[in-house]
Design a protein around this ligand. Structure first.
Ligand code: SF4
Ligand code: FES
Length: 237
């Protein structure tokens, strides 16, 4: 059996390796599929659903669904854009994402996705949560009010750093990121070099005192929309 298969994304035929996810195959073909919980260096989580595509007419998460020979994938359609826009809108209002006050502005994947989707204000009312902050560590800060529960920090700390500093606790609306079974960051072995500190897509995990080293206007997504490096043919984005 050949290791290479053929599938179609938005009418464009691409080749992929058997075992790849749709997201990986699309990246390699220069087709950007929006994502938030997925990260190139981490196992798939499949929680945010921003990568939703239609596969043979049914919605699937591109970051967890494997490619198959002859698969027909829709990535750009009004229906899919609406699904993604709704998800992004909901993420904004479920947390306190006030970009003009956030150190992550310009480097934030949620903000960059909103720009890419032309969202200037969410269509749902803000919930203004009041969740716990943890500024106990000398160098690292977590603001759960900006957390989108993507699980990147959880996977990175467990699978890459081997420390399990972060974990999910609670269910439904009570779900949140806990630090070492309800300790504070100061009590953990977390270090600035940890992958878990580097992967937060929003301004929930912040390194102290560096937030404005690169001025707003000169940051990653101030230059080019999120995903444009993939569309330009670079492998990763
Ligand atoms: S703190 Fe950041 S990386 Fe961790 S779950 Fe929340 S948004 Fe994701
Ligand atoms: S990127 Fe696929 S579900 Fe989050």
């Amino acid at each position: 059996m050949s290791d290479t298969i053929t599938l179609t994304i938005d009418g464009k035929e691409i080749t992929a390796k058997r075992g790849q996810t749709i997201l990986q195959a699309a990246d390699a073909a220069g087709i950007y599929i929006p994502r938030l919980c997925a990260h190139d260096d981490l196992s798939a989580h499949g929680s945010c659903r921003v990568c939703t595509v239609m596969v043979n007419g049914r919605p699937q998460a591109a970051c967890t669904q494997s490619v198959a020979d002859g698969m027909i994938v829709e990535n750009e359609s009004d229906q899919i854009r609406n699904i993604r826009r709704n998800l992004i809108d909901m993420l904004f209002v479920e947390g306190n994402h006030f970009c003009m006050f956030c150190e992550k502005s310009g480097n934030c994947e949620l903000q960059a996705l909103a720009y890419r989707f032309g969202i200037t204000a969410p269509k749902y009312p803000y919930l203004y949560p009041q969740r716990e902050l943890d500024a106990s560590h000398p160098d690292i800060f977590i603001d759960r009010n900006r957390c989108i529960l993507c699980g990147r920090c959880v996977r990175a700390s467990r699978d890459v750093d081997g420390k399990t500093v972060f974990e999910f606790v609670g269910r439904g609306a009570e779900k949140r990121v806990a630090v070492n079974a309800e300790a504070t960051l100061r009590d953990t072995k977390i270090a600035l070099t940890d992958k878990a500190v580097d992967v937060c897509p929003v301004g929930a995990i912040i390194i102290k005192r560096v937030g404005y080293k690169v001025p707003v206007g000169q940051r990653l997504y101030d230059h080019e929309p999120i995903g444009s490096n993939i569309e330009k043919g670079a492998k990763k984005g």
